[in-house]
Write a protein that binds this ligand. Sequence first.
Ligand SMILES: Cc1cc2nc3c(=O)[nH]c(=O)nc-3n(C[C@H](O)[C@H](O)[C@H](O)COP(=O)(O)OP(=O)(O)OC[C@H]3O[C@@H](n4cnc5c(N)ncnc54)[C@H](O)[C@@H]3O)c2cc1C
Length: 378
Amino acid sequence: MRHRVGIVGAGWTGAVAGRLLTDAGMAVEVLEKADVVGGHSRAETLHGVVYEPNGAHIFHTSDPAVNRFVNSHGLTRPYDHQVLTEVYLSPDDEEHEGRLLSWPPQVAELQALPVWPTVERELADLPPTPNGDNFEDYVVSMMGRTLYDLFIRDYTAKQWGRPATELSARFAPKRVELRRDGVRGLFRDRWQYFPPKGINEVIESVLSTVAVTLNTEVSVDHADDLARDYNAVIVTAALDDFARCPGELEWRGIEMVSHYSPTDDPAGVVTPAYVTNRPSLRVPYTRTVETKHATGQHIGGTVVSQEMPGAPHRHYPVLTADGANERRNAELAAAIAERVPIPVYFAGRLATYRYINQDEAIADAMAVADRVAADLAG
Ligand SMILES: Cc1cc2nc3c(=O)[nH]c(=O)nc-3n(C[C@H](O)[C@H](O)[C@H](O)COP(=O)(O)OP(=O)(O)OC[C@H]3O[C@@H](n4cnc5c(N)ncnc54)[C@H](O)[C@@H]3O)c2cc1C
């Protein structure tokens, strides 16, 4: 008898798990609430210009198995992602354009700034290894107060809507760095790609042999239907949503406000980089995204998106210093597994309440597919 597996969600995690289990001979059905597949990483077009309605998505990985998998689905176009930050050095600067500096900050660029003597003194006083119980203390111990104030403080306050002293230090090592080696590329992974038409084509290729049902929202209320139709289910949805108790988990969301501008030159762009961080409190958004820098699309026009923080969407889990939200997510997982009378597996960025990149979502999907196959075989 062929084992039947239901998968909730057709983003990277659901797509890859669905493909691997289909390839393993199981009868898989991916159930997606939207009318398209691709999840959060999806790109769209506005007047023919490819842009990203859910924020910039650069694919990068050092995992050979993930790399082989995406290559086999056409994701091969190399890309080197470089980010700029617009900073205001003094009140005087407020009247003018900000200065564009590399992100992460580069010591060689900082040495040319008037604040360098202060920065240099602070760097000399840093502890040998960064430390601190909250995000602010940790980052200050990594780069000193002046650089923290210029690059991080206001960006973090806008992004998270709460002081950095209330945020966990855990995600600082992954997100913040001070560079002394002159390398401009943001990511240090072995492979990095940007598909010319956005990631949709790749996810659609992954799903090309998988049964997908769109416009179908699944929740714990469908526990009996799931048990009737499948031998196991993989949930990639947010658990407060799936368990029908919105508000139980804290999330931070963004809204991309996107504008089309015509350009005379088909290669024309209007902002300095694909992603430009805008930490200043002078603007309400945290960064601008102009995907045309990354696609290299040849078209008369461009789209710039302003990333507005504080939107009511489930984008970033809020990892507080006390870990309360992660504990609540584990409780919700246990309650769902209790309600659904077949084995339930949780994978991906939403269901496991983690900020994970696309390559990590794929690795998660590979691991959950292995577990499901092994459990059903046993
Ligand atoms: C602002 C932002 C920027 C990012 N930038 C990058 C980047 O540059 N590089 C990178 O590698 N990663 C980036 N990521 C992470 C990337 O988006 C995730 O790794 C990826 O989306 C994870 O895929 P997923 O399938 O787990 O989740 P999703 O892509 O969110 O897919 C979940 C799917 O489940 C569906 N769904 C939800 N609930 C239900 C339900 N109840 N019933 C049926 N369907 C449901 C959703 O509609 C969605 O299609 C970024 C994330 C954010 C928030």
